[in-house]
Design a protein around this ligand. Structure first.
Ligand code: JFZ
Length: 442
């Protein structure tokens, strides 16, 4: 039963994962810091004394603020407490191996001195190329820098949500040239950029111009060899997004998991491709919001569990920070970074260069597989009061040793393909790691 295959000019470029060094590095990094920073950080979700609970980076739209009023926020952009080095040090201490920053969000304001629009950092009181400062500071800490770019643009007069007339088509074509030029400018002027994280591509106007998303991908890879792009950029000839009309992933990794993660039992299909989930600390705030009492704020432990969960399914975890308009990072975010970092310092090896183990999910937590053969990590989040951890192994596999912090644990074979690892009967504030050595395979 041959499934109908569509002939596509702008569909997927490849089947399966990329295996080149740049992609291996991106994948091995596993843990990234997302930064949303723009003019929206100045009002921080509050306008004329009124607090808007919706995402702070959408305030212009939530509070129905006229374009010229919003745009003049740029004359207030002067982050007196900003230190690129401090941001980079904090990310380093947290254990982030890469950082993805909003070069331009939906509002259209550019954090770099783009020669294609005046709505950029060079015309603010701050004046300097803040993007370059960040790239240099993070790179100096050994952290890769990636660029977020919103194709949707509330500022540009030629942006269209849909193409309904010949005029729309002409205007939007000008817009696409503008965005193409900006992206080429970014790739050229910041040659250490590793990846491009596209957003704001869901409107009909973009879906009707899949060719452009294809050409942008090609251009970025020419200008910046090894460049990685997310699936959110892409649409094919027929307007299919992320996956083309034949079901093949477009771009280099899947980027649809947003404030949610794949289910570790029923969504194992994600292990077939590279993917990245992005996560907010509050419920739905990417940009800085002054009032975090409006929603649940995730704890460091909840976020760590998400990071391990993501690694266990072969994905990357991009944790968002929204610095304030003055350039400071709120104390809640600093505390989260410090607590995750103190765990990562001792246990980062279960995250970096690790991935899906292929073993059945157990209630106590997650398995992660390092690249070393015959070794597996158990990351325990829910330790039973008995201290006994059940492990189901794939047929033919045997556990030879289990250890924690170099200390051997008792391993008991209790049934075919089933073991009990005898851990401690004790309460732990943070997740514990057990290393299994395996053999067998008769
Ligand atoms: C977008 C932005 O609108 C938002 O401000 C933030 O930058 C975030 C990272 O990306 O929001 C989205 C995009 C995609 C989905 C949901 C929210 N989605 O696919 O479900």
């Amino acid at each position: 039963d041959a499934k109908k295959e569509f002939k596509l000019q702008y569909g997927a470029q490849r089947t399966g994962k990329r295996t080149d060094a740049a992609m291996e590095r991106w994948r091995g990094n596993r843990f990234g810091q997302f930064i949303h920073w723009g003019l929206y950080a100045i009002p921080g979700g509050v306008w004329n004394g009124k607090t808007y609970n919706y995402a702070a980076e959408f305030l212009k739209s939530s509070a129905k603020i006229p374009g010229s009023t919003w745009d003049s926020l740029m004359y207030q952009f002067n982050p007196k407490k900003f230190s690129a080095k401090e941001w980079a040090r904090m990310a380093k201490r947290m254990g982030a191996k890469y950082m993805t920053i909003t070069t331009k969000h939906h509002e259209g304001f550019c954090l770099w001195p783009s020669r294609f629009t005046e709505f950029n950092i060079s015309r603010t009181p701050y004046g300097k190329d803040i993007l370059k400062e960040l790239v240099d500071a993070y790179n100096a800490e050994g952290i890769d820098v990636n660029f977020y770019y919103s194709v949707l643009d509330w500022h540009h007069p030629d942006w269209r949500y849909d193409i309904k007339s010949p005029e729309d088509s002409v205007a939007f074509r000008r817009y696409l040239d503008f965005a193409f030029n900006q992206l080429k400018e970014l790739a050229t002027n910041y040659p250490t950029v590793k990846a491009f994280w596209f957003d704001g591509t869901w409107d009909n106007s973009v879906k009707k111009n899949g060719w452009w998303t294809y050409e942008v991908e090609q251009m970025l890879k020419q200008v910046s060899p090894g460049a990685i792009v997310n699936s959110r950029l892409r649409a094919d000839d027929r307007g299919a997004r992320h996956f083309d009309s034949n079901g093949q992933l477009m771009g280099d990794y899947e980027s649809g998991y947003e404030r949610r993660l794949p289910d570790p039992v029923t969504d194992l299909k994600v292990t077939k491709w590279d993917w990245e989930a992005c996560m907010t600390v509050p419920e739905n705030q990417w940009g800085y919001h002054k009032d975090w009492s409006i929603s649940h704020v995730k704890s460091p432990l909840e976020l760590l569990e998400m990071l391990v969960h993501t690694t266990s399914m072969g994905g990357n975890f991009l944790l968002n920070f929204g610095p304030a308009g003055d350039g400071s990072i709120r104390p809640e975010e600093q505390r989260i970074a410090a607590e995750i970092g103190s765990w990562m310092q001792n246990n980062g090896n279960v995250i970096y260069n690790s991935g899906y183990a292929g073993w059945e999910k157990q209630d106590w937590g997650y398995f992660t597989a390092p690249s070393r053969p015959n070794t597996l990590n158990m990351v325990v989040f829910n330790l039973p009061v008995s201290g006994l951890l059940k492990v189901k192994v794939p047929a033919g596999v045997k556990i030879s040793t289990a250890s924690t912090g170099g200390k051997k644990l008792r391993v008991e074979e209790i049934a075919k393909n089933q073991y009990l690892v005898h851990f401690e009967r004790k309460w732990f504030a943070m997740p514990q790691v057990i290393v299994l050595e395996t053999g067998g395979e008769g």
